[in-house]
Design a protein around this ligand. Structure first.
Ligand code: PMP
Length: 396
């Protein structure tokens, strides 16, 4: 069959191949990017969907506005405001079918073939694939334990004049890194200085374990004149409430929001009204703070258990920064003592020992660091985490 040229820019990810092996009985998986389904607030979501059908059956089951269901937009604006965002009203956001759709709409509205886009090295794999599908030439900005290195980023912006810069400042996927407060300010200042659009993808910002992370770029934009007009913020209910609801949102300058809405209209007309009405009822019922407290507590325990087990079982064979939130540990094989130093090799051996994780290579759009790999601590309980890490120790 003759497919569109744009498909030449992307290939099926290596991770998919690995996922096929996960069906093996007894495998402990640190591979997925999922929240734990055992933690879904089923009762709360059932009550919310019942309320949606009882109070607004027509709206919940009918076609709706492309921008989103207004009561949900109001609730999301209030949610963002409660977290410290300034000047976010319902009109400043559109509801998207997961934040994944926001990324797709950004690709559709902003990327012409050959346009340059800067992303972190490493970054979210589906972002790489999505932007490449629109013909983007991706430029990799290096990171360290404090997120993207802003001095390097500024050089890349000056050199490449990208269409936009895509960042996951808080608990990145796969890096788990948290961009420091100083660097956040620097990012906004360079956006203004170079007139560069910045996309802040923030599905993990609410999943912090100790102190709250520094203010999001969105929150901080209020104190950097001119930066809000150059900022897109993508949010999602997936990691804290339920990815199956497919409810995300995008806050962006009005002109961009208008174009994205037009593109969304031709794509899925609108996000499921039933899911939106359910999400709106859920937020209205005031259950979110309790849900957040619960998921933070459970993931914090698991992150700590994984960090402890890694230090105990793997010692100097790896280096990693203990995550302060999110779902992931990003680790690097040191090769110490002649041990394996390639994440792809280790991933295969680990499957044989009964534990799965994702090698780091596919998360880089250029110059992959083959020694890296990503472990999710979200879906296994503490005992399984200890056992899985012990198996990883054997594999190494
Ligand atoms: N951005 C990042 C960084 C992610 O990790 C994910 C989910 N893995 C998404 C966006 C998409 O999430 P969703 O579409 O479920 O909101």
């Amino acid at each position: 069959m003759q497919f569109a040229d744009r498909l030449n820019n992307v290939e099926t990810s290596a991770i998919r191949e690995l996922f096929k092996l996960l069906g093996k009985p007894g495998i402990i998986s640190f591979a997925g990017g999922f929240p734990d389904s055992a933690m879904f607030d089923v009762e709360g979501i059932r009550a919310a969907s019942n309320a949606a059908l009882a109070e607004e059956p027509g709206a919940a089951l009918q076609y709706g506005a492309t921008e989103g269901y207004n009561p949900l937009r109001e609730q999301l604006a209030a949610f963002m405001t409660s977290k410290g965002a300034k000047d976010v009203a319902a009109d400043n956001l559109i509801v998207t079918t997961g934040s994944q759709q926001a990324l797709d709409l950004l690709g559709k509205t902003l990327i012409s073939p050959g346009d340059k886009v800067i992303v972190e090295g490493p970054t979210f794999l589906a972002t790489i694939q999505c932007f490449r599908l629109y013909g983007a030439e991706l430029i990799s900005a290096p990171i360290d334990g404090n997120g993207v290195k802003t001095d390097e980023l500024e050089k890349l912006i000056a050199e490449h004049k990208p269409k936009f810069v895509y960042l996951i400042p808080t608990f990145g996927n796969p890096s788990g890194a948290m961009l420091s407060a100083e660097r956040r300010k620097a990012v906004l200042e360079m956006a203004v200085k170079h007139n560069t659009l910045i996309v802040e993808d923030d599905p993990y910002g609410d999943l912090y374990f100790g102190d709250a992370p520094p203010p999001s770029l969105l929150n901080l934009s209020a104190s950097v004149p001119g930066s809000r007009e150059l900022l897109v913020h993508c949010g999602s209910l997936s990691k804290v409430l339920s990815p199956g609801l497919r409810v995300g949102w995008m806050i962006a300058p009005a002109e961009l929001l208008g174009k994205a809405t037009m593109c969304k209209q031709f794509s899925d007309a609108h996000t499921s009204t039933f899911a939106q009405a359910t999400a709106a009822q859920y937020l209205k019922a005031g259950r979110m703070p309790g849900t957040l407290a619960n998921v933070r507590k459970v993931y914090a325990e698991r992150a700590e258990a994984m960090g402890d087990a890694l230090r105990k079982e793997l010692g100097d064979a790896i280096e990693f920064v203990q995550p302060q939130g999110g779902l992931f540990v990003w680790a690097r094989l040191t090769g110490a003592g002649g041990k394996v130093a390639d994440g792809n090799v280790l991933a295969k051996r680990a499957i044989e020992k009964g534990v799965a994780f994702v090698p780091g290579t596919p998360f880089f759009c250029a110059n992959p660091d083959h020694a890296t790999f990503r472990l999710s601590f979200a879906t296994a309980d503490v005992d399984k985490i200890r056992e899985g890490v012990a198996r990883l120790g054997q594999a190494i």
